[in-house]
Design a protein around this ligand. Structure first.
Ligand code: HEM
Ligand code: HEM
Length: 192
């Protein structure tokens, strides 16, 4: 849904930049993890010290994306700039839709992967998430679930990383090559 105004609301901008920061940190953390053997004692305890934060910030992303989508449903978004070609509108809609879906799915997969492995998930040590996979690791189904969700979390993380890089490149092209207002109106204080 797009609204008649050419502006993003302050709240939509706040959601965008806060989540851009969180998701970039989550992806960079993941990138570090791809090259890491989680069972390797030689990592100096890095994995053990950091995975709780990765999970907590991932859950925060999950909560924020739901609020953000509700806000968008209520207040819409500005129309694309007039000069955007039809294929560019389609590409923007697909990539934005993909990012919203990935930001919902990725935390769910992360939680399931941990639950199936039998490890607990807390939200910044404030509260424990319910265990939806009872007797984890004792049962063959939870090993299968663990492998499947681990692969899916890993692959979706990669795909999201690629789409985010293309998204950023597109935003910079709008600003520096096309000289339109797409990036400016998303910046704090930038109206049109
Ligand atoms: C938007 C949120 C998230 C993003 C973008 C993200 C991304 C990633 C990436 C790219 C990796 C590296 C994958 C690999 O090493 O193969 C990773 C690892 C991991 N993530 Fe997430 N994640 C998110 C949320 C979560 C949440 C909410 C949880 C759990 C509650 C979680 C649990 C894990 C675990 C346990 C690993 C380590 C997997 C392993 O090495 O076996 N993630 N994450
Ligand atoms: C992990 C990082 C990021 C994520 C997940 C992300 C996600 C999104 C999403 C989902 C939208 C669509 C908003 C909607 O229609 O409701 C959007 C719009 C936008 N993003 Fe990002 N973004 C990220 C980083 C960035 C960065 C670093 C820039 C700037 C260089 C940027 C520039 C923009 C702009 C200009 C728009 C508005 C596009 C338009 O008017 O159609 N984003 N972003």
């Amino acid at each position: 849904m797009s609204n008649a105004s050419a502006k993003w609301t302050v709240v939509a901008k706040a959601f965008h930049w806060l989540m851009a920061l969180l998701v970039t940190c989550e992806l960079l953390y993941g990138l570090r993890n791809y090259s890491l053997d989680m069972y390797d004692p030689g990592d100096g305890g890095w994995y053990a010290r950091t995975i709780g934060l990765h999970k907590s910030f991932g859950l925060l992303v999950f909560a924020l994306v739901i609020l953000r989508m509700a806000w968008r449903g209520l207040y819409g978004r500005p129309q694309f700039v007039q000069t955007l070609l039809p294929w560019q509108r389609i590409a923007a809609k697909i990539s934005h839709g993909f990012m919203y879906c990935a930001l919902i799915l990725q935390p769910i997969l992360g939680y399931l992967q941990s639950a199936a492995f039998g490890t607990k998930t807390t939200f910044f040590n404030l509260f424990l998430l319910p265990n939806l996979v009872p007797d984890a690791w004792q049962r063959p189904y939870s090993r299968t679930l663990w492998r499947m969700t681990q692969d899916a979390h890993s692959l979706l993380g990669l795909a999201l990383g690629v789409v985010v890089v293309v998204h950023i490149a597109a935003a910079l092209k709008h600003h520096f090559v096309d000289h339109d207002i797409t990036l400016r109106r998303m910046l704090p204080g930038g109206t049109s």
